[in-house]
Write a new protein. Structure first.
Length: 188
């Protein structure tokens, strides 16, 4: 029985690895998030400047996310992600929440009707220009899937700001060479 379970686990892990480029062995690394995070100031429209490669966004351009506080449930964030894929606008909605008031920058988010809530941790933001976001989930502490995003209130960030963000990610132990820039030119 143990051998069968182990074999199934190895197959699942192998499939995850080939499906998710940002997957690797081991547990998720520890990163620091903002201590004085203000969720209300974070709400609004954000453009994806760069991200780790991931199957959910592969091929998408003009990617953006809009976050709003749910008026019926103030502890809940409504999420609307949109992108242009193969010339067509695609929008996915979801919800997020903060499970621990002592760690306000550590949110859990579910999109597209998925029952799984993924970590959405805000490492840093100035609320008006940029945000650094990290997500990682582990499979039994043996394998993990990691993705990071750089978001901006405008479709592009100044090069110096982008360079400073890359340095900040590296200081957290996050490999900034894994970022790919998101095409935000010619978007409407």
């Amino acid at each position: 029985m143990f051998k069968q379970t182990l074999l199934i686990a190895v197959i699942v892990i192998s499939l995850l690895y080939t499906t998710f480029v940002s997957a690797d062995w081991g547990k998720c690394q520890k990163v620091s998030t903002m201590q004085e995070f203000n969720l209300a100031k974070y709400m609004g429209l954000w453009y994806e400047i760069a991200r780790f490669d991931n199957i959910m966004e592969r091929g998408g351009v003009c990617i953006q996310a809009n976050y709003t506080i749910n008026p019926k449930e103030p502890s809940q964030v409504l999420v609307s992600n949109s992108e242009i894929y193969d010339g067509n606008l695609t929008t996915v909605t979801g919800v997020g929440y903060c499970p621990d008031d002592k760690e306000p920058a550590k949110l859990l988010v579910s999109v597209g009707g998925n029952p799984f809530y993924a970590p959405y941790w805000v490492i840093d933001t100035d609320y008006n220009n940029y945000a650094m976001v990290f997500s990682c989930f582990s499979v039994l502490g043996v394998y993990h899937y990691e993705i990071s995003w750089i978001l901006g209130r405008q479709r592009q960030l100044p090069q110096q700001t982008l360079s400073n963000i890359m340095v900040a990610f590296r200081k957290q132990g996050i490999d900034s060479s894994r970022f790919i820039l998101t095409k935000q030119v010619g978007c409407k």
